[in-house]
Design a binder for this molecule. Structure first.
Ligand code: NAD
Length: 358
């Protein structure tokens, strides 16, 4: 029987990349469970959603009964858990949704998984995987040239977002330790690439520049992030799911530390080359850079040691920051229909009637 993977948050930025990868590179059946918050966009799955191996359910992971039914109907061999509230600024404005989805939702999903998993025959119970996808932000931040985050770095989250993800990571590990559930945890650095929601730094800068709006940079722009192209992340997740050691954590990173201001300037340089017809009144894209008040609790530097996944699973990113950023800028230039429908809100209107059942 073809194995089935239950993906939560598959209409989001990384989840949609994972589903595209699963449907184009494997023979798996994919069940996408996604509540479709503002961040969920089924149009990111347009290239694969006609596949007979793809199924979508607009379900909240806090809804235990609905999850039980999906488990009973599809009998998945693995869960890849990506559903989350993911935007740090929103978590500072209001943490309730972050606690509800990232903590309570993860608990609800773990319990639904346990009810299903504990009823499986021995062979399937052993082979089952619960893969929890998390962030390097759980480790807090690094000062200057401190060591990199490793899988044993202690947790020190700074924002409501990272604290809620840290809580989820602890719950997942407790379900392994207490109930023996076969889990995998991955903690990844900042992703970028196609289908990234326009509120995040890189698409926000690209789209503001194209319409001649200010390019906001927090503080002095010296915060350092380690950037990973989203398709490299999706490939890493499949490697971990297929070959990772049960119970283990793998850090995933791009070996691409960049200061935020360097990222913004690199986007401006690419736009000068790829979109030379600037908006009226703009002499150079860089002139749009505007420094704004820093966000409270802003982490200075994240940098991840991804040597374990390289050593044990042979995974390395395909894209450099230069190649990935060029692809990303070109993608936004080539796909205005995708981001214009988000900016206008139209992407939310066509969601009814999209459920496709087995
Ligand atoms: P995203 O915000 O783009 O997508 C999240 C998806 O989850 C959306 O489709 C949303 O509709 C869905 N969702 C939210 N609440 C839900 C609920 N209660 N029930 C069901 N679905 C729900 O996020 P992303 O950037 O794709 O991140 C995916 C995962 O990867 C998150 O867990 C995030 O913490 C983690 N992560 C993200 C990054 C990054 O740079 N974006 C880096 C490392 C780890």
């Amino acid at each position: 029987m073809t194995p089935c993977i239950l993906v939560t948050g598959g209409a989001g930025f990384i989840g949609s990349a994972v589903i595209r990868e699963l449907l184009t590179q494997t023979f798996c059946v994919v069940v996408n469970v996604d509540k479709l918050t503002y961040a969920g966009n089924l149009e990111s799955l347009a290239s694969v959603s006609d596949s007979p191996r793809y199924h979508f359910y607009p379900i909240d992971i806090c809804d235990a009964a609905a999850l039980d039914k999906v488990f009973a109907d599809f009998k998945p061999a693995a869960v890849m858990h990506l559903a989350a509230e993911s935007h740090v600024d929103r978590s500072i404005d209001g943490a309730a949704d972050f606690i509800q989805t990232n903590v309570v939702g993860t608990y609800s999903l773990l319990e639904a998984t346990r009810r299903y998993w504990s009823g499986l025959p021995e062979e399937k119970r052993v082979a089952f995987r619960f893969h929890h996808i998390s962030t390097d932000e759980v480790y807090g931040d690094l000062e200057g040239t401190d060591d990199l985050f490793t899988e044993t770095t202690s947790y020190s989250p700074s924002s409501p977002y990272s604290a809620s993800k840290a809580s989820a990571d602890h719950l997942v590990r407790a379900w392994s330790r207490t109930y023996g559930m076969p889990i995998l945890v991955t903690n990844c650095s900042n992703n970028y690439g196609p289908y990234h929601f326009p509120e995040k730094l890189i698409p926000h800068v690209i789209l503001n520049a194209l319409s001649g709006k200010p390019l906001p940079v927090y503080g002095d722009g010296s915060q350092v992030r380690d950037w990973l192209y989203v398709e490299d992340h999706a490939r890493a997740l499949l490697e971990v799911l297929n070959r990772g050691t049960v119970g283990e954590t793998y850090n995933i990173g791009g070996h691409n530390e960049q200061r935020n201001i360097e990222v913004v300037k690199a986007i401006c340089d690419l736009l000068e080359e790829l979109a030379p017809d600037r908006p009226e009144g703009v002499d150079a894209y860089e002139d749009l850079i505007t420094y704004v008040k820093d966000r409270p609790g802003h982490d200075r530097r994240y940098a991840i040691d991804a040597s374990k996944i390289q050593r044990e699973l042979g995974w390395v990113p395909v894209e450099t920051f230069e190649s990935g950023l060029r692809k990303t800028v070109q993608w936004y230039l080539n796909h205005p229909e995708w981001w214009q429908r988000i900016l206008s809100g139209a992407y939310k209107l066509d969601r009814a009637g999209t459920v496709k059942s087995q």
